[in-house]
Write a protein that binds this ligand. Structure first.
Ligand code: ZN
Length: 407
């Protein structure tokens, strides 16, 4: 087992499920000691256990460590490798520390047929292990960049509302370091590139889609089920809206294409309406997930859906259902550091992915960002999540090669 594989196994064995996925009634029992066998059942929620573990490894490797408080009991872990000379540029390695929920068996890492199984294996503790492993190797090496500062930012809450990356950019005016030693070493505002860790099959991603959640609500008039002609059925109107969105609107979106992302999409993910069979329903609502391309705004999407419904004599209230904006990412692939990263791993053109991640938040906050990491998004959030160990080890080697190529 390589050091990176061992590190990933250690991370999987420390659950860090995003507390947003906490079942409402499970808080108490899961956090209390189990009374029958006197064993303490460790809580599996929150990123702190993983952050503390990484902090202790980072300190042993000689990195500067700080915690950036984001939410109660939840902090971004910042580990910094300073160059020997003045800082001319900064590379940010930014994977998230949280995962989605899982059953108990997924917190026991299992190795089989060249794969490591467990929650977070590919999304995104694989990236954490590859990035953190590369940084620790560099910290112990004799040769390392002389003017490039490398910061590992283990971010909280990516799987929910990205509170970690949002807090990071808010406080990152030139990624201000807390220690005097780092401040003394710094030019005014060094060039920065963030490499956000997500499973991209080791491809450098410069664009991804945004994700807009909208609620559409129809209103009708309640009446007795025996005299439906006295009411107006809100579910019937919504059924017609669903049909229009799934056919006309989806077909129209398929024509709107981005060279690296393909088409924008729409998905109707939930519907609710009505109380019981003998009442004409006076309200029905759907929530839709509209994946946006660079250049599309929430206001424009509201307008185009409203216009489409109007053209069909349909009526719905449209409102935002997202807790925080999730914009598309579009980073200029010609930026020198992006070009150098592409060259160092032998990739000729950047690629795009469908999923949203922290990269868009960092980018909107002024930090040019790309996405890169071992593993395949197809295994993310699944009941038997895994990562190819070959991909994991290559990921660390390629990151190390890139970091070593920097001045
Ligand atoms: Zn992820």
């Amino acid at each position: 087992m390589t050091r990176t594989e061992k590190l990933l196994a250690e991370l999987i064995a420390r659950p860090s499920v995003n507390p947003a996925f906490l079942p409402q009634d499970a808080v108490g029992p899961r956090c209390r000691a189990a009374s029958d066998d006197q064993q303490v059942v460790p809580t599996r929620f929150g990123e702190q256990r993983v952050a503390d573990f990484l902090a202790s490894v980072a300190r042993r490797a000689g990195l500067e460590v700080e915690f950036q408080k984001v939410l109660p009991g939840r902090a971004n872990l910042i580990a910094r490798l300073l160059p020997r000379h003045k800082i001319r540029q900064t590379i940010l390695l930014a994977p998230h520390l949280d995962t989605v929920g899982a059953d108990d068996s997924q917190f026991v890492p299992r190795r089989k047929n060249g794969r490591l199984y467990g929650r977070g294996a590919c999304d995104t503790k694989g990236s954490v292990a590859a990035m953190f492993g590369a940084l620790c190797d560099l910290a112990k090496a004799k040769q390392r960049p002389k003017e490039t500062e490398i910061i590992f930012a283990g971010l909280v809450d990516e799987e929910h509302v990205q509170a970690g990356s949002r807090a990071f950019v808010e406080r990152a005016s030139c990624l201000s370091p807390s220690s005097k030693r780092a401040r003394d070493r710094r030019n005014t505002c060094p060039t920065v590139l963030a490499i956000v860790g997500e499973p991209t099959r080791l491809q450098v991603v410069t664009v991804h889609k945004g994700s807009l959640w909208l609620e559409l609500e129809t209103r009708g008039k309640a009446a007795h089920g025996a005299t439906p002609w006295l009411g107006k059925n809100a579910i019937h109107e919504m059924a017609r809206i669903v049909e229009v969105l799934e056919t006309d609107y989806a077909a129209w979106l398929r024509k709107r294409r981005h060279s690296l992302l393909g088409a924008a999409t729409v998905n109707i993910g939930a519907i609710c309406g009505g109380l019981q069979p003998n009442i004409v329903p006076d309200r029905c609502a759907i929530t839709i997930d509209r994946r946006t391309l660079p250049g599309e705004t929430e206001a424009a999407v509201h307008r185009e859906i409203a216009a489409l419904l109007r053209s069909q004599q349909l009526h719905a209230n449209i409102s935002s259902a997202k807790l925080a904006p999730a914009l598309p990412l579009e980073t200029n692939p010609k930026l020198p550091l992006v070009q150098q990263f592409l060259r160092s791993i032998g990739q000729t053109h950047p690629v795009g992915v469908d999923f949203f991640c922290d990269a868009a938040v960092l980018s909107a906050g002024g930090i040019p960002s790309v996405v890169f990491g071992p593993g395949d998004i197809a295994q993310a959030h699944t009941a038997d999540e895994w990562i190819s160990l070959g991909s994991l080890d290559r990921g660390k080697d390629w990151l190390l090669r890139f970091l070593n190529s920097l001045p």
